[in-house]
Design a protein around this ligand. Structure first.
Ligand code: PAF
Length: 282
């Protein structure tokens, strides 16, 4: 596996591969690789000739009081995992490489970016859209892979790619879960043993939502209310950012559940802000 740290070298490598007619599959990450990332890498390996992953903890997608400094970083472990997974190129740029002195261009995907997590993390999706657009320009992928745990991120990136005519196909893959249902996330590393146990509540609340809808409940407000009740009963110390039932395309809240909806939850357990979601059909 080749490790490329320079933006210029990554661009040049991608250009050569494209000229050779090779299909580039790309998995952008912030490192702390887990099985969720591996499912994206495996899919990329099946569908492309060259698999590139990036590891870049993007400072501009963290708010001033967020966890940028303590975000898990373990390059040698990530490198080992990536190599074992059959990655061809690990792109590991520096902050200076991505945002050199004088950098001042940002991408804002209006509307979609201030819903759900965006209401609590006002500059987050601007940071994500900006870095992903830059990474697409540098890596020049044919296909890029994202996990559905960050459902809103995927919706925003698809919109951006369409709006800016970026020639890349976006694929999103199902959430990979631990045995007890907890969605894989780099931030799960913040949880101590007791908190880890309590974190099951996210998936449990989503399962409750599914049961309610399957049982005929169509009032979104009633489903959200029951989910909050069960969270508060089982994990009273959890701080809920939101429990929302939205249209999966527009991310607008729905009041009646008439077709497929996205049920999304974000809450804090200790120092970890955890998110999860489920698509529910009627
Ligand atoms: O999902 C992530 O890990 C990040 O938001 C991404 C897409 C790598 C952009 O920094």
């Amino acid at each position: 596996m080749k490790v490329i740290r320079s933006v210029k070298e990554m661009c040049a490598y991608a250009q050569v591969k494209r000229r050779e007619g090779k299909k580039i599959g790309f998995v952008p990450t912030m490192g702390a690789l887990h099985s969720g990332h591996l499912s994206l890498i495996n899919k990329a390996r099946k569908e492309s000739d060259v698999v590139v992953i990036s590891i870049f903890v993007n400072p501009i997608q963290f708010g001033p009081k967020e966890d940028f400094r303590r975000y898990p970083r373990n390059f040698s472990e990530d490198r080992r995992i990536a190599e074992k997974a059959g990655v061809d190129v690990l792109f590991f740029p520096s902050t200076q490489g991505i945002y050199p002195q004088g950098y001042c261009t940002y991408i804002r995907v209006e509307g979609l970016s201030n819903k759900l997590c965006g209401a609590f993390r006002p500059t987050h999706f601007q940071g994500v859209a900006t870095v992903v657009a830059k990474l697409f320009n540098i890596v020049q992928p044919d296909i890029a892979y994202f996990g559905q745990k960050d459902f809103q991120q995927v919706v925003i990136i698809k919109r951006m790619v369409e709006d800016l005519n970026i020639p890349v196909k976006i694929k999103s893959l199902p959430i990979v879960r631990e045995k007890d249902g907890l969605a894989m996330s780099s931030r799960n590393r913040y949880l101590n043993k007791q908190e880890r146990e309590k974190a099951r509540i996210l998936f449990q609340s989503l399962q409750l939502a599914r049961r309610l809808v399957e049982g005929g409940e169509r009032r979104a407000e009633a489903v959200a209310r029951q989910m909050k009740r069960v969270i508060r009963e089982r994990v009273p110390e959890a701080r809920i950012d939101y429990v929302s039932i939205v249209d999966p395309k527009s991310l607008e809240e729905v009041s009646k559940i008439k077709k497929k909806v996205l049920v999304a939850v974000a809450l804090w357990i200790g120092k970890a802000r955890l998110i999860d979601n489920m698509l529910i059909k009627v």
